[in-house]
Design a protein around this ligand. Structure first.
Ligand code: SF4
Ligand code: SF4
Length: 454
């Protein structure tokens, strides 16, 4: 028996001599006393047999083996990892099919970092294409046996072409009810066109939640996300959120770089003063990333300075600081440790469909047909899908990396931004080494407070 190479140990936490063990494949997290910590130290340096330990300790070690934290031997380690990747790649999660649908590429904002900037076009989803999308979705659900369909209407700004939301939502709601499939949808919107009447109407056909983007306090947000004519959008968005927050779940997401990061606490304070903060369903912030180049030259990466911000300590400091700002206000931030499986390399899983019916596996490639995996005119995915499936970047990672199950060789989109190809590894190991112990501590505290409040 030995320590799995995918086990992370956070020493002297929560008490001196104790430790938290976390497994990056199973996501099991367990607090160990100093005696067990000593045993793990021994197992890390020499292979031992279960029979080398007392019966009480053997039971605990067997439990740690079930959690993945310990393995019998190298063979079991390899077997478990291979099973894990096979499952991700080939075994669909039939419980839910999540599909992002773009009702238009048009937008009434001119966000400075818009990742669709180069592909924004006057193309909107019409009735004929909506019918084709509905047929494709129904066919796929039948073939794969999905039990739930969750649509996310997206754009451009999806409410600039709201008719397909009514049309597709109504048809699929009736079809789903007759066929024993659960159906709901959400909308990701810039927040400028939301109205209570629309929300009430869409709730009747399955609207579950909306997500609105706010990038900091009034000044910072208006600089990052103005209307096309340059006018500010902050006050209008806040007013629109106020009008609907009691009718539907509203999540706020924000994007940051070093310019607007410092304004986020100001936004949180303002939302609290306006009695909105604790009515929100979720609140989260992500870093602004570089984007692909023009339509004919995606490799001419734009906003490259965003990548250098991550390469230094900026990302670690920002992530930790933001988490602590949220936790200090009693907001339940998402778990920090997560498995990031790339949809590109999965046989099934979610897709994004643009207004022309072109299918993508990853939102970051929307608008670039060379990265598409099919079209709703055809049932099956194209050759690109098979090519993506064959990328197994994780096989190129060094054996001693404990993050392989959660990182899997890195995000394929980031790989393209950095290397102009989809196949290399895109390694952030230094960042993981720094941030993972801190995130594990925060996740542990989160679990403890959840249990105390039960
Ligand atoms: S609201 Fe979205 S689609 Fe519109 S400009 Fe901003 S980021 Fe781009
Ligand atoms: S890309 Fe780097 S951090 Fe990620 S699994 Fe490979 S070696 Fe580890």
């Amino acid at each position: 028996m030995k320590l799995s190479r995918y086990t992370l140990l956070v020493d002297d936490y929560p008490q001196k001599g104790e430790c938290i063990a976390y497994h990056t494949r199973t996501q099991a997290m367990v607090r160990l006393n100093s005696q067990m910590r000593g045993i793990l130290r021994r197992l890390a340096s020499v292979d031992c047999l279960l029979s080398d330990f007392s019966p009480g300790v053997r039971d605990e070690l067997s439990l740690l083996n079930e959690m993945g934290i310990l393995v019998d031997d190298e063979l079991q380690e390899r077997q478990r990892l291979d099973d894990f990747f096979r499952q991700i790649k080939y075994e669909p999660n039939i419980l839910e099919f999540e599909v992002t649908l773009l009702t238009t590429y048009k937008c009434n904002f001119r966000c400075v970092y818009c990742f669709e900037e180069s592909v924004k076009d006057d193309i909107s989803l019409d009735k004929q294409r909506s019918d084709m999308i509905i047929r494709w979705l129904i066919n796929r659900i039948h073939r794969r046996g999905y039990r739930r369909l969750f649509l996310v209407f997206y754009g451009g700004e999806p409410l600039l072409n709201a008719e397909p939301i009514d049309y597709i939502g109504r048809i699929l709601k009736h079809w789903a009810a007759r066929n024993g499939v659960a159906f709901n949808f959400g909308i990701i919107t810039n927040g400028s066109l939301i109205k209570p009447q629309l929300i009430d109407r869409w709730r009747e056909i399955g609207l579950d939640s909306i997500r609105v983007c706010i990038d900091g306090d009034r000044e910072a947000h208006n600089k990052k996300r103005p209307f096309i004519n340059g006018a500010g959008t902050f006050d209008l968005i806040i007013e629109n959120v106020r009008r609907v927050v009691d009718r539907v779940k509203v999540g706020v997401v924000g994007n940051f770089d070093k310019e607007n990061l410092g304004s986020i606490p100001g936004l949180l304070d303002y939302l609290e003063q306006q009695e909105l903060l604790y009515k929100l369903d979720t609140i989260d912030f992500s870093p602004i990333v570089s984007r692909l180049g023009g339509k004919d030259n995606p490799a001419a990466i734009e906003l490259g300075e965003c990548l250098s911000f991550f390469a230094r300590d900026g990302m670690f400091d920002a992530t930790m600081w933001l988490r602590r700002e949220l936790i200090a206000r009693g907001i339940d931030a998402n778990p920090g440790m997560a498995i990031n499986s790339c949809p590109l390399i999965m046989e099934d899983g979610g897709v994004a469909i643009d207004p022309e019916g072109v299918i993508y596996k990853c939102n970051s490639f929307l608008g670039y047909p060379e990265f598409s995996v099919g079209n709703v005119r055809e049932d099956d995915f194209n050759y690109r899908h098979r090519e993506f499936m064959e990328i197994e970047a994780w096989r190129r990672c060094p054996d001693d990396c404990p993050y392989v199950p959660m990182c899997q060789g890195g995000c394929r989109f980031f790989c393209y931004l950095e290397n102009k190809n989809l196949t290399d590894i895109c390694c952030k190991r230094g960042y993981f080494d720094r941030i993972c112990p801190e995130l594990i501590k925060l996740d542990y505290q989160r679990e403890i407070s959840k249990r105390e409040n039960q």
